[in-house]
Write a protein that binds this ligand. Structure first.
Ligand code: SF4
Length: 607
């Protein structure tokens, strides 16, 4: 049988994966076909893009379809080609890379009757040996933020390649204390964290390559790099034939290279042990339930494809994972339990654990709401929150496209590029018609329409409150636009100062309530909780509690579908385009009308 790099990373999750993966059938095949390999690689890489696109604003990524993945593929291909084009600036020698796996350099080795195979994104041969450069559509931010506020554990060498401080001729203590350095560096070894995920991937690659070389008595020197998008790269807006030109700007290239040679070397023993474990798993093939763990990566794009099978031991409603902040664990009699400890001990529902496990006040509130099947509310806090809102209310929402490659002037990789806004104006209390009081802008194509959008938004918003749901997202977008479109800066900053977060009232915001005179404890306490919310304050969960308005049956019904629809605009025929354009307008319109309905519902609740 053959194990590809992607299979390796999946099989090591737990003993059950391999058996669920119908390994028996695959065991009959002596080798994985190139098409199988290509499809695996493609899916993994596009999932990585979506993961990076959404991990900052916490969208629910459970149902990413193959259509979503397909739409993102061209963006990944572009990143890979750019990494190949730019590499000769940083590395000597010859290069082999291609957007099809068929033409990439491959390595394979036979260990204990299992063939391990991998293909290399960029193969760079030089006089000393060769370099392996794996391209990941993630950003340098993940790596550079490891360290302290001032310094990262990575720094550029004289060629401009990022290296760990320990691999440079510097004194680590000049940058941070050793303990901090070690702690931050340790994150690279956790394959279920953002930065560690790619390092583990590269280490598996290294394991296969090293064994291939050993089995062929090849003693060439090999170095291992990641090529990722440079989060400090700001696109200057230059195009050639309408295609962005990513030249070096202010000493920054759009791709950065990170030397992972020493870190992957220190992982070789672990990867070897992992390989032996995988061999046991594929030989034993036990499909029995195994403990759930973080290796399932449930709720991430990279989640195990068998979550639907294994996680169905959790009830659909009021599962123990619905306790807010459950990832911090629970404590009983001074002993700490992780949520996984409790699930694997059969405590799968919120009520399966004794109340004495609940040390967080918000969890006690949740439990009481579930036990009594009645909502909890702090009426006075809601009343005082609502008083902060001034009429007219501008219910505002953006849709954005976090493109891996910046498309317009002033953008960086994965900038949340605003392509649509929706606005419902509630001129006076309770007066807002879904159609008549709705305004909005949706870019008609992928050209830069940001200024039209800004102008329209600025013209529509006057004095009053700009109401949003989860303000950090809208505030950040407006701030970014104000830096790029300086003519609108003062008006945009004024709009930002008028923003009020509806979630402050539904959930709470300590700072605001402390300023209103509440003591610290009450200020941070939840304002409202309904058992149907199941631990989530997303507008999609909150809306059905206060209104009959629903997203069910909408053709575009969530943020992922919205951006995929927009991404597909240039490929649609006239008829499809007109239809989808309208559906996207309706989706964003629903988001702002939902805020109006939630506010209306909250007011009724406190009457
Ligand atoms: S969902 Fe979790 S327990 Fe089930 S196969 Fe995947 S990793 Fe293993």
């Amino acid at each position: 049988m053959a194990i590809t790099k992607t299979k390796f990373i999946n099989y090591i999750r737990c003993p059950r994966y391999a058996s669920l993966d119908d390994i028996k059938k695959e065991k009959l095949d002596s080798i994985v076909t190139i098409d199988e390999y290509k499809n695996e690689e493609k899916e993994t890489k596009i999932k990585e893009i979506l993961n990076t696109m959404f991990d900052e604003n916490g969208n629910d990524l459970i149902d990413v379809t193959s259509e979503h993945l397909e739409t993102m593929l061209p963006y990944y291909n572009e990143v890979e080609l750019l990494a190949g084009h730019i590499a000769p600036k940083y590395f000597d020698g010859t290069f082999k890379y291609s957007k099809t796996t068929y033409n990439q350099e491959s390595f394979d080795c036979l260990i204990n009757n299992i063939r391990y195979i991998c293909y290399v994104d960029i193969y760079n041969e030089n006089k000393d040996g060769f370099n392996i450069i794996e391209v990941k559509a993630t950003t340098t931010k993940k790596y550079l933020e490891l360290g302290t506020k001032e310094n990262s554990i990575f720094m550029k060498d004289e060629k401009g390649i990022y290296k760990l401080l320990e691999d440079l001729n510097v004194k680590i203590e000049d940058y941070m204390d050793i303990e901090t350095y070690e702690k931050q560096r340790a994150k690279l070894f956790d394959k279920y964290t953002g930065p560690g995920h790619y390092v583990y991937d590269l280490a598996v690659q290294r394991y296969i390559i090293e064994n291939d070389l050993k089995q062929n008595n090849d003693n060439r020197k090999v170095k291992y790099y990641l090529a990722v998008l440079n989060s400090n790269y700001i696109f200057d807006g230059k195009y050639e034939n309408d295609i962005p030109k990513y030249d070096e700007i202010n000493g920054e290239d759009i791709i950065s290279y990170i030397d992972m040679t020493s870190i992957t070397e220190s992982m070789m023993d672990k990867i070897m042990l992992d390989a032996r474990r995988i061999e046991d798993y594929v030989n034993d093939l036990h499909a029995d339930q195994v403990p759930l763990g973080k290796y399932c990566e449930n709720k991430k794009v990279t989640k195990c494809k068998y979550c639907k099978v294994c996680w169905n031991i959790l009830p659909k409603k009021h599962a123990i994972t619905c306790y807010i902040d459950n990832h911090h664990g629970f404590t009983k009699d001074k002993i700490k339990y992780s949520t996984f400890d409790l699930i694997n001990d059969g405590k799968v529902s919120m009520l399966d654990i004794d109340e004495s496990y609940l040390t967080r006040e918000k969890n006690k509130i949740q439990r009481r709401a579930v036990e009594t099947n009645a909502p909890y509310m702090n009426k006075q806090k809601i009343i005082d929150g609502i008083k902060q809102i001034k009429y007219p209310i501008y219910h505002l929402d953006f849709e954005t496209f976090p493109c891996p490659l910046p498309r317009y002037r002033g953008e960086k990789p994965y900038t949340q590029s605003v392509f649509q806004f929706s606005l419902h104006i509630e001129k006076e209390e309770g007066k807002c018609d879904k159609e008549k009081d709705h305004y909005g802008y949706l870019a008609k194509d992928h050209k830069d329409h940001r200024e039209e959008l800004i102008k329209m938004m600025c013209d529509l918003i006057g004095e009053g409150t700009v109401l949003v749901y989860n303000d950090s997202f809208e505030k950040s977008r407006i701030k970014e636009l104000s830096e790029i479109f300086v003519d609108y800066k003062s008006k945009l900053l004024k709009i930002n100062s008028q923003i009020f977060d509806l979630m402050n009232i539904v959930k709470t915001r300590s700072k605001m309530y402390e300023e209103l005179g509440y003591d610290k404890e009450e200020a941070k306490m939840l304002n409202y909780y309904h058992p149907d919310m199941d631990g989530s304050y997303s507008i999609k969960k909150v809306l059905p509690i206060f209104s009959n308005l629903t997203y069910k049956g909408m053709e575009v019904a969530n943020g992922v579908e919205a951006l995929v629809t927009y991404a597909k605009f240039p490929k649609m025929n006239e008829l499809d385009y007109k239809h989808k354009y309208q559906k996207l307008v309706e989706y964003c319109q629903q988001d702002t009308y939902a805020m109006y309905k939630v506010l209306e519902g909250l007011k009724k609740t406190i009457k």
